[in-house]
Design a binder for this molecule. Structure first.
Ligand SMILES: NC(=O)c1ccc[n+]([C@@H]2O[C@H](COP(=O)([O-])OP(=O)(O)OC[C@H]3O[C@@H](n4cnc5c(N)ncnc54)[C@H](OP(=O)(O)O)[C@@H]3O)[C@@H](O)[C@H]2O)c1
Length: 325
């Protein structure tokens, strides 16, 4: 079952992805500044320097400015576009004159969203487009039509989903010949539902798990690349541990530090290596825009390959705060 992420679908990428939600300045409609472009350029340079070749966007990040500053970075660095994989997302709409904050998988919105992303990024084709969050009003045939139009026009190469369970993926997939090749979900040492789901079948503790039933196994069987958002838990175990954090968080941060020291690596590499040790070959989408912190992730894949079963379980059990059933 071992494979490089997405290679099953002829897309060659690094195990780590740089999440670009932090690029582009504030979450407002003010124009981005030269400082925002510089920050984005430094983040991209740091990512490339550690071998990251995939970048994650969404139409909504910084109200479009994340894609706009990234487009500016591409313009200033000829040849960069051809070396990287660019993924974006559509389907979330902010509150506006027409309605409240909402999800929208209508054909019109999906097509318009992709046109906006391509224009802001200054590119002709998105490598991967994800449907960001399940829209209760989604109609598989309508989504399939949008996908077909985007595929035929050459505006999107491949498609995926985000924050979806098995039923939702199957529901959409039955109407579309284009396979969904990615599912992006919140998963980390702080957000353990993805492991608890496997562990707590047939147990009362399983009723409080917030992760789709069988989702890990389904995605692996169907060659759907699992990407984790929030993989660094905003630094909870690697420099941002509040003094008054719960006992399990304090203990886990200490364990992460000890393992990092023993293995002569960074806490970030341990936190990410723990995710990457799973046989699903999870692709963490790291959200830091700080070049030093990006570089601190460089050793993650190696740490995953070195992590023993006992170390993996020690981190999981420490973070869950209660022994295995
Ligand atoms: N599909 C979805 O629904 C969804 C939802 C959310 C995010 N995402 C994607 O996933 C990516 C990552 O998500 P995330 O930003 O929530 O996850 P993360 O990688 O766990 O956290 C990174 C964020 O935490 C901050 N941070 C502060 N101290 C830190 C430390 N010591 N170590 C690490 N980070 C620290 C970072 O700020 P600095 O930049 O200052 O380091 C950054 O804002 C996003 O960029 C986006 O591409 C997807």
């Amino acid at each position: 079952m071992k494979q490089q992420p997405l290679s099953h679908w002829d897309i060659s990428t690094s195990r780590l992805v740089l999440g670009c939600m932090g690029l582009g300045g504030e979450w407002n409609r003010d124009p981005y500044t030269e400082a925002d472009v510089k920050k984005a350029e430094e983040a991209v340079e740091a990512a490339l320097s550690i071998g990251i070749s995939m970048f994650d966007h969404a139409d909504i990040y910084r109200i479009g400015k994340a894609e706009s500053v990234f487009g500016e970075v591409l313009k200033r660095n000829p040849g960069l576009r051809e070396k990287i994989v660019i993924q974006s997302k559509c389907g979330i709409r902010f509150a506006d004159g027409s309605g409240p904050g909402r999800f929208d998988f209508s054909k019109e919105h999906i097509l318009a969203s992709v046109d906006g992303s391509l224009q802001r990024l200054g590119i002709d084709t998105l490598d991967i487009l994800l449907l960001h969050r399940p829209d209760p009003l989604m109609e598989p045939e309508v989504v399939a039509e949008a996908i077909q139009t985007l595929r035929e026009s050459g505006k999107v190469r491949r498609f995926g989903v985000s924050n979806m369970n098995v039923s939702q993926i199957r529901f959409l997939q039955q109407a579309s010949p284009e396979p969904f090749i990615v599912n992006q979900l919140e998963m980390s040492l702080a957000k353990l539902d993805w492991v608890d789901q496997t562990v707590h079948v047939n147990q009362k503790a399983g009723t409080s798990v917030h992760f789709g039933e069988g989702l890990m196994e389904f995605c692996q069987t169907e060659h759907i690349q699992i990407q984790s958002w929030g993989p660094l838990a905003k630094g909870l175990f690697s420099g941002q541990t509040p003094e008054d954090a719960p006992e399990n968080v304090l203990a886990t941060a200490k364990l992460v530090q000890e393992l990092a020291a023993a293995k002569e690596t960074t806490p970030e590499a341990i936190v990410l290596g723990w995710l990457m040790r799973h046989p699903a070959l999870i692709q963490p989408v790291i959200g830091t825009a700080n070049p030093g912190r990006i570089r601190a992730c460089a050793d993650a894949e190696r740490q995953a390959s070195l992590m023993t079963r006992e170390e993996w379980y020690a981190l999981y059990v420490s973070s869950r705060g209660v022994p295995m059933p």
